[in-house]
Design a protein around this ligand. Structure first.
Ligand code: CDV
Length: 308
């Protein structure tokens, strides 16, 4: 059973005017810090290469194309892949993907320790709305700029560990972790961009949002006996604050490391993946204890219906 030192490369804000070169240089600086800390697998945030552009309304979604990557790696990100390969650090990061067919996804990739892309995930739970909403303190137009992911929730064996990915809002949905858990996942990596306040319910402040993030990540870890890493892009981006709170959670749901700032910050923890076996063979031994004959509604139905 594998052991890996796992790191979270929390990033401070990326402003709309920041070039890819500036951002990639910051990501490489975090990679160097990770190498010095002995990290072997490093996770970056959702949409790591740009500002969180879905906060901006663009009448023609094609206007957003400047925020998208047409290939990965590309000229801008090649130095990150090259340095990761030299340092033998597997990485995962999120970016906006524009396919050759003109489809747009909120995507994350996973590399092995030789810098090769071994996995791709496209965000399934897209939050927000698709049209300009004057009621909101800021827009959240993911449904305008992306289509829901079409790759499901795959896992990959990487560096001896069964790994899966999810992106931001996916972390709030138990279905995400269970789809991965049913494939024996041992490490779930999740980048996020979460505004510090709710755009419709300003009273829901940072403390409550942090609680919900921790609650979701810790529950997902415990209920599937897996390590979970959540990594933020944080701080004041284009005048809008994003929360930090990146954490590494063990298969008991216990937080092993937590970011303290809203800036570029490394967190790290040694992870012994043998620790996943206890939960997977006892209280969450799915083969013995699950009752899928009673779970039909989970896939047959989307919204709640009140029938009484
Ligand atoms: N990028 C995200 O998916 N953000 C959502 C916000 C809208 C709440 C999140 O779940 O953190």
């Amino acid at each position: 059973m594998a052991e890996l030192v796992v790191g979270g490369a929390q990033m401070g804000p990326v402003q709309r005017a920041d070039s890819r070169a500036i951002v990639v240089a910051r990501m490489i600086a975090l990679l160097e810090r990770a190498a010095a800390a002995g990290v072997e697998m490093l996770i970056y945030p959702e949409l790591a290469l740009t500002t969180f552009f879905p906060r901006w309304y663009m009448a023609d979604p094609v206007e957003a194309d400047a925020f998208f990557e047409r290939e990965m790696p590309n000229a801008a990100t090649a130095p990150l892949f090259a340095r990761a390969r030299e340092l033998r650090i597997a990485i995962s990061f999120g970016y906006a993907e524009l396919t050759p067919e003109g489809r747009r996804f909120n995507t994350a990739i996973l590399t092995d320790r030789a810098g090769r892309i071994v996995g791709k995930y496209r965000k399934i739970h897209l939050p927000g709305h698709s049209e300009y909403d004057p009621e909101r303190s800021h827009q959240h137009l993911e449904k305008r700029y992306f289509e829901p992911g079409d790759l499901g929730f795959p896992v990959w064996r990487n560096a001896g560990v069964v790994m899966g990915m999810a992106i931001c809002n996916d972390r709030r949905w138990p279905e995400t972790y269970r789809c991965l858990g049913l494939q024996g996942v041992e490490l779930v990596v999740i980048g996020y961009n979460t505004p510090s306040v709710n755009s419709l319910k300003g009273s829901e402040g940072l403390e409550r949002r942090m609680f919900h993030s921790d609650l979701s990540l810790q529950a997902g870890a415990y209920q599937n006996a897996t390590y979970v890493v959540g990594v933020a892009k944080a701080g004041i981006e284009d005048g809008h604050r994003l929360m930090g709170g990146s954490i590494i959670v063990d298969p008991d749901g216990v937080v092993l490391a937590r970011a303290e700032t809203e800036d570029d910050e490394l967190i790290a923890a040694p992870c012994d993946f043998a620790a996943c076996a206890f939960g997977k063979s006892t209280i969450f031994d799915f083969a013995r204890h699950r009752r899928p004959e009673h779970y039909g509604r989970i896939t047959a139905q989307t919204g709640a219906t009140v029938e009484v």
